[in-house]
Design a protein around this ligand. Structure first.
Ligand SMILES: [Zn+2]
Length: 339
């Protein structure tokens, strides 16, 4: 038995070593040179997740001589065993990793240029902002207006100005909902990463780094789902998720990327409508298929618009039922994975 365990350990260590030196190869994009300069604008933001496969060898490695397995995972939900083991997580039973993304943050005029740069924003001749898409087949290379199949929002541009994301007050509401969701998810046995835990305002591209081990997007993503939490404005009441119905061709996503994201969004929104005083807005779905996060996420993503913060009645619910909203987000995610 010891020899068998030692062989498995040796194999595992070999896999770890191999992983360290294996970089994902980006598919170079050679098609679709888009020459039209698109007009500026369109509001928005963005995010997603992919269920990871668990291999059968976990059964072999876990049982014998657990103490001798340097990387032996534990199934005790009170432990946090994986923080330094990202390279071999996919070969073992592990807790699912959920990225929670509280939308927005401080407004762009509250940020110095240095802060904008630190938060992942780019300065071009169009001002501060970021590119909406990767080049087709890439997950690290901004389209810079070319090579993304021209799939900007209708009448919009591949360029997203930072000021389009300015939402006074919404950032705090989103963060409060996310902190409750985090607490409940952790109680359920999930590991949670936050794209921000203060008033900062990272670019969408920076937020997506949370999908990767140590934020390194040249590694394979190790998170299982990316969930964007927002609140709506502009006339209306209730809660909805943004439906994915566009062209998503970034490197590494599954064929069911949009379907998975829509199911995740539906699970979360259904839980919110069921457990809180918020009704369903617009049949539960909003169409904004070209959100940056949808076009750049490497894993399953869902995007929630929870209540209307500029409606007094919805705002009262957001204030008084924040914990129930957070719990519903967690239950919806759990229903997606285990329902
Ligand atoms: Zn583009």
């Amino acid at each position: 038995m010891f020899i068998a365990a030692a062989m498995v350990l040796t194999t595992l260590l070999g896999m770890v070593t191999a992983n360290i030196f294996t970089r994902s190869t980006e598919v170079a994009d050679t098609e679709t040179v888009l020459t039209a300069i698109e007009p500026e604008s369109q509001p928005d933001s963005s995010m997603r997740a992919a269920a990871s496969e668990e291999s059968q060898i976990e059964e072999i490695i876990l049982k014998p001589n657990v103490k001798e397995q340097k990387y032996a995972p534990t199934n005790n939900p009170n432990d946090t065993p994986y923080s330094n083991q990202t390279n071999i997580q996919s070969t073992q039973t592990r807790r699912k990793i959920i990225v929670l993304d509280p939308g927005h943050g401080m407004t762009s005029d509250e940020m110095s240029d240095e802060e904008k740069e630190n938060q992942g924003w780019t300065y071009t001749d169009k001002g501060w902002g970021e590119w909406r898409h990767w080049k087709t087949g890439s997950r690290t290379e901004d389209c810079e207006g070319y090579g993304c199949s021209g799939r900007a929002p209708e009448n919009g541009s591949c360029w997203y100005p930072i000021a389009n994301g300015d939402r006074d007050g919404e950032g705090d509401i989103n963060l409060r909902n996310v902190m409750y969701a985090k607490q409940y998810l952790e109680e359920m046995g999930y590991d949670v990463r936050l794209t921000r835990d203060n008033n900062s305002n990272p670019s969408m591209t920076k937020r997506l780094k949370s999908c990767y081990p140590n934020g390194d997007k040249y590694e394979e993503p190790d998170a299982d789902a990316f969930v964007c939490i927002h609140s709506n404005a502009g006339g209306g009441r209730g809660s909805a998720y943004i439906e994915m119905s566009g062209v998503y061709d970034q490197y590494g996503i599954s064929a069911s990327y949009a379907d998975d994201g829509n199911r995740l969004g539906r699970c979360i929104n259904s839980a919110i409508v069921e457990n809180t005083s918020l009704g369903e807005y617009s049949g539960g779905t909003i169409e904004l298929p070209e959100l940056i996060l949808f076009c750049k996420s490497p894993i399953t993503i869902a995007y929630l618009e929870i209540g209307f913060f500029d409606n007094d009645s919805d705002m009262a619910i957001l204030d008084s039922e924040a914990e129930a909203i957070g719990r519903s987000i967690a239950e919806g995610i759990d229903a997606y994975f285990n329902g």
